[in-house]
Ligand binder design. Structure first.
Ligand SMILES: Nc1ncnc2c1ncn2[C@@H]1O[C@H](COP(=O)(O)OP(=O)(O)OP(=O)(O)O)[C@@H](O)[C@H]1O
Length: 561
């Protein structure tokens, strides 16, 4: 609320500054007439007085210019902060970021849209708004002046008395401006699409660089540097090709706008010269009229002069609205046809059919119930859909139909094979996503020791990219320590111990079962040794139509397929 008031206040101050600036230009325009008339008449005393007048107005002008820029920049950052918070929220809320990708309606490079496009939007909106506002004000002020001045320039063209058209100089400026705007649009409109793609290609290229950085070890091990260099060059080739397109159209537009701008310097003099040379008006009146004509014309030509910026702006607006549409689509589409109800203390899958994004059926669970305290091992061939079934149970998979009734009020945690850690201190990494201070150091140390990570207990304050520095097994143990701390009622382990040797895995499962005696544990795994820690097995087996179906199976023996 307070934020809104400050934003409004800043905007009003900026508008007032703009009005004052236009007022100053009007004063200077009038001064122009007096000053040059004094020069022409060699009136020295008036000349000095007018110079003092100019100094005062110019000084005020400088103050206004400085504060206009300063307050504009301030407003831009406040606005950007607000918009960034809003878009980040829309992206992250309710798993939208994940569903945006899965639903296939993802706007490209959301990271770039939140970072770059928001910055460009806030900077340009304000700058353009102010340019348009002052253009309207100067138009208003100088049209009046020019209208009045038109009457003093008497001459005729091809026998037609121009003086008889009131304010004909205003019409002349309007004609130039309309002509300029139409031509600028015809020449430059392709820039909108080109700018849109430029943002995209730049972001694609940056993302490829980040992926190399994130996967440096794999790339070094595979000696994939040459392939990466080729891939990066391919992406950068898009940036270059797009840039050449951009150059081509910007060049055409610049040819036109520069030409029009230069022509508009002499255009008023051509119009006014006959009246001046016939002696009808003084030099001061000529320069004032030419100045006023220039002001009216440039206010009217705003679309022409800002066409490149407007094209840029339009592409940024398109990218942001595309992002918002995609985020809204992800938010408003419920966790697909799979209804997740919270009711009772059992987990119940009824007529559940999980499909792939392209609509192909992947796995079904016609009737499956897991009771609190169960220890269930889920098995099935690779690619049969075990992980996707977990995703559907967790409510983040948007494709399929049927019902998942999950236990009411239960705390559910799902650990994947490759755990995620933020680049932060080890303390924050292990307690993620809980709030800071949710666990004492003693609790954290205890959990780490229980997961055989005593060596890490002295490094709680150390910040690192833990996904790159810890071994695969250490990362999995760190994720299990996270589970020990948060003590979920239901723990889903998706091959969460696959990188650990069988003896180590046995010790970890024992520690988990001892420390979370009431937790229901559902594990996906391929190892036969896992049988020892579970009392039930659900197997994904192919039915006669080739579809994998999840159903109870004997715990032993573990058979493949
Ligand atoms: N986002 C996705 N888009 C398209 N296909 C997907 C997506 N996620 C998973 N799949 C496909 O769904 C199938 C099942 O994947 P899933 O990871 O669930 O198998 P899994 O049984 O857990 O395999 P594994 O035992 O090898 O881990 C695979 O063929 C996979 O390619």
């Amino acid at each position: 609320m307070q934020e809104r008031y400050v934003a409004h206040a800043l905007l009003y101050i900026l508008l007032v500054i703009n009005i004052a600036q236009v007022l100053a230009t009007v004063l200077l325009n009038q001064w122009n007439n007096r000053f040059y008339t004094a020069l022409q008449q060699r009136a020295e005393a008036t000349f000095w007085i007018e110079l003092q007048y100019f100094t005062v107005v110019a000084f005020l002008w400088v103050i206004l210019a400085v504060y206009e820029l300063y307050l504009t920049q301030w407003t831009q950052m406040r606005w950007r902060r607000w918009m960034t918070g809003r878009l980040t929220g829309h992206w992250l809320d309710g798993g939208g970021h994940y569903r945006m990708r899965l639903q296939g309606n993802q706007a490209d490079n959301p990271d770039q849209r939140i970072a770059e496009d928001v910055r460009m939007f806030t900077e340009n909106t304000l700058a353009l708004m102010i340019r348009f506002f002052s253009a309207i004000l100067s138009l208003y002020a100088f049209v009046l002046i020019l209208w009045g001045l038109s009457a003093s320039f008497k001459y005729n063209v091809l026998g037609f008395d121009l003086e008889s058209i009131p304010g004909y100089l205003v019409y002349a400026a309007l004609f130039v401006a309309v002509f300029g705007t139409v031509c600028a649009h015809l020449i430059g409109r392709r820039l909108i699409g080109i700018n849109f793609l430029r943002q995209r290609y730049e972001a694609d290229f940056r993302y490829s660089l980040v992926r190399v950085r994130e996967n440096d070890e794999q790339i070094a091990l595979l000696k994939g540097e040459a392939a990466e260099a080729q891939g990066l060059a391919r992406r950068f080739a898009n940036v270059v090709a797009n840039w050449f397109d951009y150059m081509k159209y910007t060049k055409r537009l610049t040819w036109f706008t520069s030409f029009v701008n230069q022509a508009s310097v002499i255009f008023p003099f051509i119009l006014l010269a006959p009246a001046y040379f016939s002696g009808a008006v003084q030099l001061g009146s000529l320069t004032q009229t030419a100045g006023a004509f220039g002001r009216v014309e440039s206010a009217l030509m705003i679309f022409t002069n800002l066409y490149a910026s407007l094209a840029d702006y339009k592409s940024v607006v398109d990218r942001l609205t595309g992002f918002e549409r995609s985020a809204a689509g992800a938010r408003t589409t419920p966790p697909a046809a799979i209804v997740t109800e919270r009711n009772g203390d059992h987990l119940k899958l009824a007529d559940l059919s999980v499909t792939l994004p392209d609509g192909r059926q992947l796995v079904s669970a016609p009737d499956l119930t897991v009771k609190p305290g169960d220890r269930v091992l889920v098995t099935g061939p690779s690619g049969s859909g075990k992980s996707t079934l977990f995703r559907a149970i967790a409510g983040i998979w948007p494709h399929g139909s049927g019902t998942v009734v999950s236990p009411s009020g239960a705390d559910i945690m799902l650990l994947p094979q490759r755990p995620y850690f933020p680049v932060a201190s080890l303390r924050d990494a292990v307690t993620y996503p809980s709030e800071r201070g949710a666990y004492s150091d003693a609790e954290i140390v205890e959990a780490l020791e229980a997961m055989n990570l005593a060596a890490l207990t002295t490094r709680l304050d150390e910040e690192a990219a833990w996904h790159q520095t810890l071994s695969g097994g250490e990362q999995q143990r760190l994720a299990l320590a996270r589970a020990l701390l948060s003590k979920p009622d239901w723990l889903f382990l998706d091959e969460a111990t696959a990188a650990i040797d069988e003896t180590g895995e046995a010790a970890l499962y024992k520690a988990l079962c001892d420390r979370l005696p009431n937790a229901t544990i559902v594990s996906i795994g391929h190892r036969s040794t896992l049988v020892n820690f579970h009392d039930r097995r659900v197997h994904l087996v192919k039915d006669e139509t080739g579809l994998h179906v999840a159903a109870d199976a004997p715990l032993m023996p573990l058979v493949k397929g």
